[in-house]
Design a protein around this ligand. Structure first.
Ligand code: XMP
Length: 516
């Protein structure tokens, strides 16, 4: 398949480049920036992008690409560090600049270039760099200049090499998509061959070859990733070969466990083990109110229950399937170069079981080539219900971190009732899909209320709704006031234990999305 290869030098926006290219329908792959470019890898490569980097080209151990990259005849686009690398590798000069360009910055063209077809002569780009180009290498021309008079784009006359100082992959960069499309489709002539059908065909064959006829175990959380993994494995393997285990922690939302089971059965699941572990989890949480301690205890209980139950259902060797995504791989440093800075540790629950299976090379990760939005598309293609595919994120520890302070069965039931009304109303009012994540929180305080002639002393519930792209930052969802008032009244009318509802108006930062 026609591929745009992205050499990653560790920039936080490398993943966005990959996503934007795939959004065009063109297959992209991210590899370590210093990886050797062997002919086998290059066979389908139509274009190469050199990413940005937290490093400076003047550092002695700054990452360097395989120098063949410049003479293959394959078009190369350098972005930020990628441009500076290209300049430096061709004898140009890059220096720390006294003008640090950060954020939105205007670009103006000096020479026409195909990369900017359809882009106005002046446009607003997005930049983040401290170093600048001082001398252009021989054979190159300046195509665009920033409002500070610094090189914004340079191109080589006799080779298909072009570099830009700004980041077209960032949403704040105007015409960024058009620039990437010009590169991938017009300049590289990559065909738009990337579809979920194609992915299913390629990965389905790989999974079958990997597992043969051995049993495969998948732990289901009820979230999008594990459900789509199940759907894909059920589509690709005989259903008897797949063992699905769902641990009901008692910290799930209203009706969630039944929905998960029903959804999996509808997809053809046969060996489905539903483990009711509510008592074990609640016993572990009794008397504990520190959030980190709660997280640890929930994690430990997961491992304990997992180990006990797996050995009851599966004997002999087996593969363990996981819903790892492309982003998880890259962020955990498994998919990137040695010089990349690991941004955050792997999100999937680590456990002795996972570690042992990984060490033995017996992990199956059928979604590891996909971004989240692609997983949703794949899920729809495989017939996973839209309510599941388009679900908001739900944290592993579940209601355990949404009941502030000690977690009890009674409080779980109260929060479940509140959350059910909230989420049902969001869907009914067409608001759910406008929100990135919505949930309610039960506060560890009570407040005075009045009903008729009676004074009450009820719990306080907080409603949260945020807009976000990836959960790293978040804005408060501007809730329509009438809806908020009506939903709040429904909650206090129907859930007797709750006497007061508040709406959380904090963005992230400084607050986090969850309260604990
Ligand atoms: P915060 O609260 O850190 O949340 O702003 C960012 C995103 O991460 C989710 N989150 C978790 N997910 N285990 C998870 O699997 C956790 O312990 C956890 N804590 C937060 C949160 O729901 C949001 O989507």
């Amino acid at each position: 398949m026609d591929t745009i290869l992205i050499l990653d030098f560790g920039s936080q926006t490398t993943q966005l480049i990959g996503r934007r290219i795939r959004d065009l329908g063109v297959y992209s792959e991210i590899v370590p920036g210093d990886a050797p470019l062997d002919d086998e890898r290059l066979a389908t490569v139509k274009g190469i992008i050199l990413s940005g980097s937290p490093h400076s080209v003047s550092e002695p151990d700054a990452p360097v690409p395989d120098q063949r990259v410049y003479s293959l005849g394959i078009p190369v686009l350098g972005i930020c560090y990628g441009l500076q690398r290209m300049v430096r590798d061709h004898g140009g000069q890059v220096e720390a600049s006294s003008t640090r360009e950060f954020g939105r910055s205007r670009q103006g063209f000096l020479t026409p270039h195909e990369l900017f077809d359809g882009v106005p002569d002046r446009f607003v780009s997005w930049m983040s760099h401290g170093d600048s180009i001082r001398h252009l290498p021989d054979g190159s021309v300046m195509v665009a200049e920033s409002e500070h008079g610094l090189p914004g784009c340079i191109a080589f006359r006799d080779r298909p090499l072009v570099g830009i100082q700004f980041h077209p992959e960032v949403t704040h960069c105007d015409h960024g998509d058009a620039i990437l499309e010009n590169f991938a489709v017009k300049i590289c002539k990559a065909r738009r061959q990337w579809t979920m059908q194609e992915y299913l065909k390629i990965e389905g064959d790989k999974v079958r070859a990997q597992v043969g006829s051995e049993p495969v175990l998948l732990l289901i959380s009820g979230g999008v990733d594990s459900t789509v993994t199940a759907a894909m494995l059920l589509a690709e393997l005989p259903p008897e070969q797949l063992h699905l285990m769902y641990i009901d922690t008692g910290l799930m939302r209203h009706g969630e466990s039944d929905e998960v089971a029903e959804g999996l059965r509808a997809l053809g699941a046969r060996n489905l083990y539903l483990i009711d572990a509510e008592e074990r989890f609640l016993a572990r949480l009794s008397g504990v109110s520190d959030p980190e301690e709660k997280r640890n205890r929930i994690g430990d209980a997961f491992i304990e229950v997992q180990q006990e139950e797996v050995s009851r259902y599966i004997t002999g060797d087996y593969f363990l399937a996981q819903g790892t995504l492309y982003t998880d791989l890259i962020e955990s440093g498994r998919g990137v170069g040695t010089k990349a800075k690991v941004i955050k540790s792997h999100h999937n629950v680590r456990s002795p079981l996972v570690d042992a299976k990984r060490a033995a090379g017996r992990i199956v990760e059928p979604l590891a080539g996909l971004y989240k939005d692609e997983v949703r598309r794949l899920g729809k293609l495989l017939g996973v219900r839209e309510e599941i595919v388009d679900r908001h994120p739900f944290p592993g520890p579940g209601l355990g971190v949404r009941i502030l302070g000690e977690v009890t069965r009674e409080k779980c039931d109260i929060l479940r009732a509140v959350d059910h009304i909230y989420l049902t109303e969001l869907r009914r009012r067409g608001l759910y899909d406008q929100i990135w994540q919505a949930f309610s929180v039960l506060l560890p305080i009570r407040s005075t209320g009045v009903t008729g002639d009676d004074r009450g002393y009820g719990y306080v519930a907080a409603l949260r709704a945020v807009e976000s792209r990836d959960g790293m930052t978040a804005d408060v969802f501007p809730f329509p006031m009438n809806d908020l008032l009506e939903i709040s009244a429904m909650i206090t009318n129907r859930v007797k234990a709750v006497g007061r509802v508040v709406y959380d108006v904090s963005s992230k930062p400084p607050a986090t999305i969850e309260w604990e």
